[in-house]
Design a protein around this ligand. Structure first.
Ligand code: ZN
Length: 366
């Protein structure tokens, strides 16, 4: 049985990490293509342009969706001499830049301006269709050469995005643990390693211990050790944990939820959190653990009911659509150590939703 673990080539994180971006990216060449999220290009990137002027850079404004059409557009515009592609922005900017770098055969640099997903460190992209539905995963032969996270910029992105990142990170240990128990493979198709499972557990423990304190730092507008720990958990631990530990039901249910238009305003990590809650009722989870997850989600402000992600009183038909998508033969939900059916997924979603709503009505006495 072969185990495989993947890592980004270099991971740099701290307040003002972007102040020295030119030194960091110069390791990978002098001529680079920067794919920049539109908001970041207008409001954040101008601060760093002077520092980057020593390099020969081409800057392209990201179109907003990680689709095959967008990847083709950027590749047509790219100058033939680029030595690296740097994606600056959110998950979709990063995923698009990974695809472009791979097609062009050059180094990949990822500069997340938020800590809302586990996308930065991984060797895969999530492609969407033009209407915003999940299309497919695209895998690459290697992880990003470098990931640079400036926590001051992450603070500017605001609370909801950091919390969404905690939702994505919350799934990491549950899904890795499901794969470990069932012997299911990780994202490489081989077994997860002790390293990956341990980092996934560290990710979960870090969220429970520092999640609330990190939000206090964010509101204070200044980084602090708890905030740095949460950004690292959301980005590095969650990235290594999901990719090398494996995915299971939480992300499959997320993929199912994207089928419903009403969920499109909820962030990836917010829908994944709902997937985590539903996953607790697919397995025979101890009540103590269920309480721990809901307590955490309530404390940091993650969704705990379907209405929180835009699904007000969903029909049986809607939930079956979600469950059918989540249980497609190719989906990671079958990595769970229990048998999976459409009916069981619908029941888990309903039970998780009811649990969350009941808790809102009857807050537990302090
Ligand atoms: Zn995710």
């Amino acid at each position: 049985m072969t185990a495989t673990t993947l890592f980004p080539g270099r991971y740099v994180q701290g307040p003002d990490a972007l102040a020295h971006l030119s030194d960091e990216v110069a390791r990978y060449g002098e001529r680079g293509l920067f794919l920049v999220d539109p908001y970041v290009q207008d409001h954040i990137f101008p601060r760093y342009r002077a520092d980057l002027q020593t390099l020969d850079l081409q800057e392209i404004r990201f179109g907003g969706e990680c689709t095959q059409e967008e990847i083709d557009r950027i590749e047509e515009a790219a100058e033939p001499t680029v030595e690296f592609v740097a994606g600056v922005g959110g998950g979709k900017t990063m995923d698009t830049s990974k695809a472009v770098a791979d097609d062009l055969g050059v180094s990949t640099i990822i500069v997340p301006t938020l800590a809302s997903t586990d996308a930065p460190c991984s060797a895969l992209s999530v492609l969407y269709t033009a209407d915003g539905s999940f299309d497919r995963y695209r895998f690459y032969p290697r992880n990003p050469d470098m990931v640079v996270v400036d926590t001051s910029v992450v603070i500017e992105a605001g609370e909801r995005l950091l919390v969404a990142g905690m939702g994505d990170a919350l799934s990491t240990w549950f899904e890795a643990e499901a794969c470990r128990q069932s012997g299911a493979p990780n994202m490489t198709g081989q077994q997860g390693s002790m390293t990956a499972y341990s980092l996934a557990r560290l990710c979960y423990d870090t969220l429970l211990e520092y999640g609330e304190m990190a939000l206090n730092a964010l509101h204070a507008g200044a980084s602090s050790p708890p905030l740095e720990k949460i950004v690292e958990a959301n980005t590095l631990l969650s990235g290594i944990g999901f990719e090398s530990g494996g995915l299971a039901s939480c992300h499959a249910i997320h993929n199912g939820l994207t089928m419903l238009e009403a969920t499109h305003d909820a962030y990836h990590g917010e829908k994944v959190a709902v997937g985590v809650q539903a996953s607790l009722f697919l397995r025979d989870t101890p009540p103590r653990r269920i309480d721990e997850v809901y307590d955490f989600c309530e404390t940091v402000g993650l969704p705990t009911a379907l209405e929180d992600i835009g699904l007000h009183d969903p029909s049986e038909e809607d939930l079956r659509l979600v469950a059918r998508r989540a249980t497609e033969a190719s989906e990671t939900i079958h990595n769970e150590p229990v048998p999976i059916t459409v009916d069981r997924v619908v029941a888990a979603l309903r039970t998780a939703d009811r649990t969350g709503r009941n808790r809102k009505r009857e807050p537990v006495a302090a």
